[in-house]
Design a binder for this molecule. Structure first.
Ligand code: MN
Length: 262
């Protein structure tokens, strides 16, 4: 099995190293990861300037100024073009990627991109709790990532098809695995406004996440000390709204048959 490992924290991140090591026990690993941290870049694709590939050692590359999605494409169409990957794993991200945050996440973005190439993908993220030893926690989680990937290998030795899983590890030793849905977050997102030394105003996006505490969500599972596994799909269509007489549908009904003026 050929496994592409990427992330959004950059090629030198500890979470990537321990994940790559865990995957090396399962298959042949190729790392293609951003040169610098690209957290919260979602599925951003670089189109305005060229990308440069840097080889650090055998099967270990970074993409200068590349996003996670750039890296998946660079791997698929260049680095691994002759023998494409059978699986893409992303992470282990330094920090949770739960609920509504998944569309911000570059870690999850790389996994979404894998589906464009019809490849199974898993995104892994590590909860951080202050006072705990991150290195210890993320190493333990890498072992669990290996267990999860092994568990998804079918009898014919290949990965199960149509996999797009978002996995979040708790900071504490995991109580086990929970199959979850995305949680709902109320981001008390604020913008901090300050003055720099030359009296120019600058802004910093900040905020404290507040979560709706409902059973069955990824957030609830991680808070309870479980590893949350959330199946995702890239299709954002609201199927319920598609079939229902929503106010929006009613308001636009007259344009469905008359043709749009203008
Ligand atoms: Mn990150």
């Amino acid at each position: 099995m050929r496994i592409l490992v990427t992330n959004d924290d950059g090629y030198a991140a500890e979470g990537l190293r321990v994940l790559a090591e865990a995957m090396e026990e399962i298959g042949e690993v190729v790392v293609v990861a951003p040169e610098r941290e690209k957290s919260a870049t979602g599925r951003a694709l670089t189109l305005g300037h060229p990308l440069r590939l840097r080889a650090h050692r055998e099967n270990w590359y970074s993409v200068d100024d590349g996003t996670p999605t750039d890296c998946v494409n660079m791997a698929f169409h260049s680095v691994m073009a002759e023998r494409p990957p059978d699986l893409i794993v992303s992470g282990i991200n330094r920090g949770s990627n739960l609920g509504d945050d998944v569309t911000y996440s570059g870690t999850v973005g790389a996994a979404f991109e894998a589906t464009m190439h019809f490849l199974p993908a898993l995104a892994f993220s590590q909860q951080i709790v202050s006072g705990r030893d991150y290195s210890e926690d993320v190493s333990r989680s890498a072992g669990q990532a290996g267990e999860i990937v092994r568990g998804l290998i079918g009898e014919d030795g290949s990965m199960l098809p149509n996999l797009l899983l978002n996995v979040n590890f708790p900071a504490v030793p995991s109580q086990g695995l929970r199959w979850t849905r995305l949680g709902k977050r109320f981001y008390e997102q604020s913008i901090v406004k300050r003055q720099d030394p030359s009296n120019k105003t600058y802004y910093w996006i900040s905020g404290t996440p507040r979560w709706e505490s409902s059973e069955g969500t990824d957030h609830a599972a991680v808070v309870a000390g479980y590893t949350a596994v959330t199946p995702l799909h890239l299709d954002l269509t609201d199927d319920e709204a598609l079939d229902a007489e929503t106010p929006a549908r009613q308001h636009l009904r007259h344009l469905e048959s008359s043709g749009l003026p203008g």
